[in-house]
Design a protein around this ligand. Structure first.
Ligand SMILES: NC(=O)C1=CN([C@@H]2O[C@H](COP(=O)(O)OP(=O)(O)OC[C@H]3O[C@@H](n4cnc5c(N)ncnc54)[C@H](OP(=O)(O)O)[C@@H]3O)[C@@H](O)[C@H]2O)[C@H](O)CC1
Ligand SMILES: [K+]
Length: 569
């Protein structure tokens, strides 16, 4: 499953499925419960005693309802199960209340429900499995009061992480994690949320499973099918959205990205017969003397990915330095912006990369202006982004054949207002329940209306999307989950998390290689969003194929192996 659904989109699909009568909320909850029980058995197979003991932590909403369904499923397997409930059974929504009643039928001997407090949790004898069914996609604000203390305790605040995390299964989302952003409301450090060994979500992953603190908190992620695929497809079409407005690449559990993401990758990457210039000609601008290394790494990556030719555009004083480092790359003197305009005007160059090691003086600012005035495919990274951040007239020249590849710091420089909203612990909480003296008097519906004013928490995916729409260019915002957004609003999260975690990719110069890969693909004629997505994938696959100890120079050398795997029949 490659589509990412936000909490609102998930609710929309769920409501549409229920509205057509094809399923009821109660059936969905039962399926969700059964899916979690099955995932628990698979994850802990061989690790559990003959009669395991589980403690289910049930919340005040339907996530808690799932918890009661799971408790019943485990009890039916002969497990010893206890449920600790946050809130009153009478306040549960109907489907959750029904699950509660089925659990509790037969009295406390069979279906005990204790109030969840830090004390009752601490008094529980150690269990083999803990089920976090406190909050799912309905978490809307920072946790407070006793629940915050309970979640902090589960998260290891009292040195208890080792007691819970290895035995914790989170239902839908680890409680405390915002499903849309991967942030923890009220806690930028992400400590105030449950840490699980396994997270089971339903129908589609949410952005928060991949962004921000999501991967750390989720442990292993399982996406359970609960029979909503048709409703989701219908809703997507009904909303006029592309089949997948936001995709995650490669989809979870897909070992071979080629088959799932790029069925036509052979056509994209194999060299069609003909002259080298038929495969594009990239130019990469270097910095001055002693500052050519980053651009040369980008240029080698562009050549490796199959650009027919790659030229280094150097300040005259730096030509000799680059000439002594490269063989297959061509060199061209670019003393100033006029010379760059001249070099680009001949139609030979099909993509330009500038920024890595470029420098941030007046000459370089003029080069950025000339590059953007050219109107061709331009990748702007590093110093070029910094220059645009300092000169609004440059940023105003961006167009839809441009690709920006900022890391978070560069993104913040160029889009300070957007990035600023990534920092708010709880960005737009206008309804402060604690400050609302009448909160308890309000109905749940009234509180929900007020709460709805809160608005979602800004994610890096939202930030990339908003920046792309603002500047009219494709934005690739780097991170373990790289957000790639086109001005159209279509977006992709490329995940170097879970089974694709490659922490060794955080090494000096790796970003220069990514820029070169993307520039090479632009030179070969791929549109910026496609070039960005494929470059991000090849970049991570190259890092995964090399492994720890990687340096940036190793990356281009890994590309042939990666391509060979992609192109294998
Ligand atoms: N998506 C599907 O197809 C299915 C989802 N299921 C499960 O349902 C939950 C979503 O249920 P929902 O009731 O919408 O939300 P939650 O259970 O996550 O939590 C909402 C309740 O929690 C209260 N709340 C929210 N934030 C806080 C907070 N910070 N502190 C205290 N209480 C909080 C909220 O109260 P309000 O005051 O905000 O009204 C609600 O009471 C989904 O995650 C799945 O597990 C279905 O079971 C299967 C299909
Ligand atoms: K949960």
């Amino acid at each position: 499953m490659s589509q990412l659904l936000t909490a609102a989109e998930m609710r929309d699909v769920e409501a549409a499925a229920i509205a057509t009568g094809e399923v009821t909320g109660a059936e969905l909850m039962a399926r969700a419960g059964a899916a979690v029980v099955a995932a628990i058995r698979a994850e802990w197979e061989g690790e559990l005693p003959t009669q395991p003991r589980a403690v289910v932590l049930a919340g005040p909403g339907n996530n808690g309802g799932d918890g009661f369904a799971i408790a019943r499923g485990l009890r039916d397997l002969g497990w010893s199960v206890r449920v600790l409930l946050a809130g009153q059974a009478g306040a549960l929504p109907p489907d959750a209340r029904a699950q509660h009643d089925r659990w509790a039928a037969g009295g406390a001997a069979r279906g005990a429900v204790l109030p969840l407090t830090l004390e009752t949790l601490r008094d529980e004898p150690a269990a083999d499995i803990y089920v976090d069914a406190l909050f799912g996609i309905g978490l809307g604000r920072p946790l407070g009061g006793d629940l915050a203390r309970v979640v902090a305790h589960l998260a290891g605040a009292d040195g208890t992480l080792g007691l819970y995390q290895p035995r914790m299964v989170a239902v839908d989302v680890p409680s405390g994690l915002d499903a849309d952003s991967g942030r923890v409301p009220g806690d930028p450090a992400g400590a105030a949320a449950v840490r699980a060994r396994l997270t089971v979500t339903f129908d589609s992953p949410k952005p928060g499973h991949y962004l921000g603190h999501g991967p750390d908190l989720c442990g292993r992620l399982v996406v359970a099918d609960i029979g909503l695929a048709h409703a989701r497809a219908r809703q997507g079409a009904a909303r006029g959205l592309a089949p997948a407005r936001t995709r995650v690449v490669p989809p979870l559990g897909i070992a071979d990205p080629r088959r799932s993401v790029w069925p036509d990758i052979a056509g994209l990457l194999t060299k069609r017969q003909g002259h080298k210039y038929q495969h594009g000609h990239a130019m990469v601008l270097t910095g001055g003397v002693g500052r050519g290394g980053a651009a040369r790494m980008a240029a080698k990556a562009a050549l490796r990915i199959g650009a027919g030719a790659v030229t280094l555009g150097c300040p005259p004083a730096a030509v000799l330095e680059s000439a002594s480092h490269v063989d297959a790359l061509m060199l061209h003197r670019v003393p100033d912006a006029a010379a760059l305009t001249e070099a680009l005007s001949g139609g030979r160059i099909t993509a330009l990369c500038l920024g890595p090691g470029l420098g941030t003086g007046e000459r370089e600012a003029a080069l950025v202006g000339a590059a953007l005035d050219w109107g061709g495919a331009v990748l702007l990274d590093a110093d070029a982004i910094t220059l645009m951040a300092g000169e609004a007239t440059l940023a105003a020249k961006l167009h839809d054949r441009c690709l920006l590849t900022p890391h978070p710091g560069e993104f913040r420089r160029l889009f300070p207002d957007i990035a600023g909203r990534l920092d708010d612990p709880d960005p737009s909480l206008r309804y402060d329940e604690a400050a609302d003296a009448d909160a308890q008097a309000r109905s749940r519906a009234a509180r929900e209306d007020l709460a709805a004013q809160r608005g979602p928490m800004m994610s890096t995916l939202d930030a990339a999307r908003e920046a792309a729409a603002h500047c009219g260019a494709t934005v690739l915002l780097k991170g373990p989950a790289t957000a790639i957004a086109a001005p159209s609003g279509a977006a992709v999260v490329h995940r170097a998390v879970y089974d694709r975690a490659a922490p060794w990719l955080a090494t000096a110069g790796a970003g220069d290689v990514l820029a070169g890969l993307a520039c090479g693909l632009l030179a070969r004629g791929l549109a910026p969003p496609v070039a960005a997505e494929l470059a991000a994938q090849i970049h991570v696959d190259a890092a995964l194929s090399f492994g720890p100890g990687l340096t940036a120079e190793d990356l281009p050398r890994q590309v042939p192996q990666v391509l060979a795997r992609y192109l294998a029949p």
